[in-house]
Write a protein that binds this ligand. Structure first.
Ligand SMILES: Nc1ncnc2c1ncn2[C@@H]1O[C@H](COP(=O)(O)OP(=O)(O)O)[C@@H](O)[C@H]1O
Ligand SMILES: [Mg+2]
Length: 351
């Protein structure tokens, strides 16, 4: 900070007290003009800014007592007295981020709005529920390293939506990966189709294409408002990329999917796609992956380095840090929100 900016900040502060300072010349930059001798070095003794010159002052202790310990126990007793005397609304408690966040607890406390919001976790900055609207974007990318919580986030999101909304509001298509982390979604009332492998994916992409076509036709003839068909949500776990062996979809199926991704905005459709960061950041020639990245909306989990996929820009102190599973950032057009997500939900109980 330059001397100039320090002075202009100091000029905006009307009241200032300088307690005992080793460097005597600093008093005047804090309290202004000094006429008398500098104060003796005693705890609580100092100079307070005044007119025409600074005054000497002694700060009162809030309670009686000769030693610190006596004063602090007096202070505790005093605040207890004040608490009992107060019969208005108590102050909000200062909460701390829980070790584990339960999806059930978030859902129980959630008040359903008109749009398709549902809670996924808590924002780190103020511990408020983080509850995005699945209709807010036609593509949500969920990326991060292996084990960062991508599949768990996708699964929790659909479970949450299913608890809060019905088949008239959303219809979910699931494309699961090799270890089937999304298998529990099969029985949900809002899930209309499930594919367990790349072979099963092909006919499912076809029927999804038909469903989207019907919507686009209806939209063309202006029927969408009246149809009130809800939103199609497509969940894909580990879509794959540079290495064709690792993902749920082969290159051929990703190519079939690309035109659907391109039209999703028009067909009230949202793609929620988990992808390993290592698989996708270098997959430039893959049309489906390119479209996923173009949307610039999604999550980076487990590490603050998104390799430029979502253009996450962070303060220096947060750059390049590993985060525990289930922690990361929601990024939407360059705006980042740090979130801790709910622990994976299994069956009727939390894991
Ligand atoms: N929100 C979370 N809070 C705590 N632990 C989590 C959370 N999400 C995931 N985990 C843990 O991390 C492990 C890996 O999660 P998973 O969703 O399979 O990661 P990925 O799909 O990115 O490989 C899970 O088995 C779970 O124990
Ligand atoms: Mg996974």
């Amino acid at each position: 900070m330059t001397i100039f900016s320090r002075l202009s900040i100091a000029n905006n502060i009307l009241h200032a007290i300088g307690l005992h300072l080793i460097e005597e010349s600093e008093y005047s930059s804090i309290v202004g003009r000094i006429e008398n001798d500098l104060p003796v070095a005693l705890p609580g003794r100092g100079l307070v800014r005044g007119h025409p010159a600074a005054f000497e002052c002694q700060i009162a202790t809030p309670v009686q007592g000769d030693v610190d310990q006596a004063r602090s126990s007096q202070l505790i007793a005093l605040s207890e007295q004040m608490r009992r005397a107060w019969n208005g609304k108590p102050a909000d408690p200062l909460s701390v981020m829980p070790e584990e966040i339960s999806l059930q607890t978030l859902l129980d406390a959630y008040v359903v709005e008109e749009s398709l919001h549902s809670p996924l976790g808590l924002r780190t900055v103020d511990l408020a529920p983080f509850a995005p609207d699945i209709g807010d974007s036609y593509i949500f990318l969920v990326t991060g390293p292996v084990g960062s919580g991508k599949s768990s986030l996708a699964r929790n999101w659909i479970i949450g939506l299913d608890r809060l909304y019905g088949p008239a509001d959303i219809q979910v298509y699931v494309f699961d990966s090799v270890a089937h982390p999304l298998a529990v979604l099969k029985t949900l009332k809002t899930v209309v189709a499930y594919s367990a492998s790349d072979q099963q994916a092909e006919p499912l992409i076809q029927s999804l294409n038909d469903a989207m076509e019907r919507r686009l036709e209806a939209a063309k003839s202006g029927y969408t408002e009246k149809l009130n068909v809800g939103r199609i949500v497509i969940v894909i776990d580990d879509i794959g990329g540079a290495d064709d062996q690792l993902g749920s979809l082969s290159q051929a199926n990703r190519n079939r999917l690309a035109p659907l991704l391109r039209r999703s905005q028009l067909a009230s459709t949202t793609f929620l796609v988990a992808a390993n960061i290592g698989d996708i950041y270098s997959a430039y020639s893959d049309n489906a992956i390119r479209l996923l990245k173009e949307a610039q909306t999604g999550f980076i989990l487990g590490h603050s380095d998104d390799k430029g996929v979502l253009n996450l820009r962070l303060p220096h102190s947060e750059q390049n840090t590993a985060l525990p599973p289930g922690e990361g950032y929601y990024v939407r057009r360059g705006q980042a929100t740090r979130v801790k997500f709910a622990v994976p939900f299994v069956g009727g109980n939390d894991a």
